[in-house]
Structure formats: C-alpha cells, structure tokens
Design a protein around this ligand. Sequence first.
Ligand SMILES: Nc1ncnc2c1ncn2[C@@H]1O[C@H](COP(=O)(O)OP(=O)(O)OP(=O)(O)O)[C@@H](O)[C@H]1O
Ligand SMILES: [Mg+2]
Length: 306
Amino acid sequence: MAAAPDAENPGLDLGELAHHPAARDPHDDSLDATGRPRVEFPEPTPKTTHGPARVIAVCNQKGGVGKTTTTINLGASLASYGRRVLLVDLDPQGALSAGLGVAHHELELTVHNLLMESRISADDVLLRTRVDGLDLLPSNIDLSAAEIQLVNEVGREQTLGRALYPVLDRYDYILIDCQPSLGLLTVNALACADQVLIPMECEYFALRGLALLTDTVDKVKDRLNPRLGMAGIVVTMFDSRTLHSRDVMARVVEVFGDAVYHSVISRTVRFPETSVAGEPITSWAPKSSGATAYRALAREVIAQEK
Ligand SMILES: Nc1ncnc2c1ncn2[C@@H]1O[C@H](COP(=O)(O)OP(=O)(O)OP(=O)(O)O)[C@@H](O)[C@H]1O
Ligand SMILES: [Mg+2]
C-alpha cells in the first residue's frame, strides 16, 4: 500500500516500510540488531586527566522515546568507564532528576535559577548522584517559566552555554536531557552542544518528525553553532521478535546509514521499574540486557572520539 507523500518528511517514504527486504533474519548471528555486520567496541582505556567536555544534547521532540532513560543510563555507563559526567535536566517535568532519586520538588536551586539569575553558578546548583563520577544539574516545574522569561533576554539562545562554560574543563561528557519540543530550551541545548544524540522508538510513526528534527539541527548549526554535529541515532524499545520492529530498523538504517548506532536498546519492563527505583539500570540491575546495551552504547560513544 502506497502512503500519501509526507510533507513533514520529504526524504522518508513511509509507505515502503511493509515487509522491508532488508529486515534481517533474527537467527543470523553475524549481523547485529541493526542488520549490519556485528562490531565489538573495545573496553575504553582509563583516563588520568579530564575535560574539556564533549557536550551532547539528547533530543527528540517526540515524547516518550527514551531521551531521559538514555541520558541517565548512558551517563552512568560512561561514568562506569571512568569518565566524569554531568547530566543536565532541561525538562520542566524533572524526570531525569526524579530518575536519579532527587526530590526535585523540594529543591532550592535548579537549572531555572542557573538560567535566569546571573549571580547563580553551575556549582551552586550542582548535585552529586549516588553513581561515582556522575553529577546532575536538576530541574523541576519552575523551569516551565523559563521559555517565556528567556524570550526577552539578549543572547537568549546562548544562556545555557554561558552557564555551563565554567565547568566544561571538569567533565569528559555533559549530557543534556531535552524536553519533547523544539522550543527555546531545546534550542539552548543545541546552541551549546558539540553533538546531538537522537533516541528513536522503534515503531512506524517514530520515523515521522525526524526530518523536522534534523532540519532544526541544521538551522541551529547555520545560525548559532557551526560546530554542532550528529552523535548518532539510537534505536530504543526494539523487539527483535517482531517483523515490524525489524522492518522499521531496516528502514532507519537505509535512510540514516552510519548515523545509526550499532548498540540497540530493547524493549523491557526493567526500564519503567528503574524509574520508580530512582537509579540507573546499570546499578539497579547491572546484569540485565538493558544495562548491557547502555554500556555497549557508552563504548560506542567513546570510540567515536578516535
Ligand atoms: N527500552 C525501553 N523499554 C521499555 N520501556 C522503556 C524503554 N526506554 C524507556 N522506557 C520507558 O518509557 C517511558 C518513556 O521513557 P523516557 O522517559 O526515557 O522517554 P522521554 O523521551 O524522555 O520522554 P519525554 O518526552 O516525556 O521526556 C518511561 O516510562 C520509560 O521507563
Ligand atoms: Mg524525558
């Protein structure tokens, strides 16, 4: 069945998805979940010095695709490899903060203060987490006002970048958990990031909107941040047992090629459980497939540096 042309996604012909010829045979062990030859990413060598940070905006305007889960677990995995990591909660829902066990509604100082008050520094807001090497700039609902308040500021798109600048040298990675919108807060993340990492839920309609996202990334690169690049697309909520999941995967790899990470995150109830536990899956269930997958993603992210 041919679908109508999709104005939002000129490059993505969703109609061709059904029974994609490249959908891999799940029993072929030489191929990984993306349908490409399996690649092992080496155990990273320990670091003796730290910084300057590679800033990665974890971004997708579609809700519930695994942005926050990826920020927490990629961050904790990078920290487990001896990297110093700062996570920035840039979503007024505060899910990142809650997911790390922070009582975010009771916080005195949050990212909102950091953005709106020049006398507040990142160090004033920064919290240590229970994970060694993993720090957090927390947020709560206060941040929802920032989008409107920032509109009248001079250099409004660079506010987050200015606030993070003093701590760049201390970290190897700064991961920014964006809210599900392409508004001013997300633009602030893109304006100060070196790279964008896009979590994409492995289902048909998730392909929609990716062109709008890459378009926004291109605009920010053109107008605000020429060094902005693509870290990669990480496919989440993958279910290797269904042909649908494999069809979507094959299509994503066909359209985005090498930008798709080899590490794939499967769908598992362990993730919702860890949100309740307020801990990364890498410490809550370190042997689980979810923890293994995020550690593999961390090795792949580290390997991109060479
Ligand atoms: N691989 C997975 N398998 C199953 N459930 C998952 C997986 N990844 C995330 N989830 C669950 O899906 C829900 C949405 O995930 P998450 O909060 O990470 O998405 P998000 O993109 O940050 O959402 P939002 O757009 O609202 O910020 C959460 O309940 C989370 O626990
Ligand atoms: Mg989120």
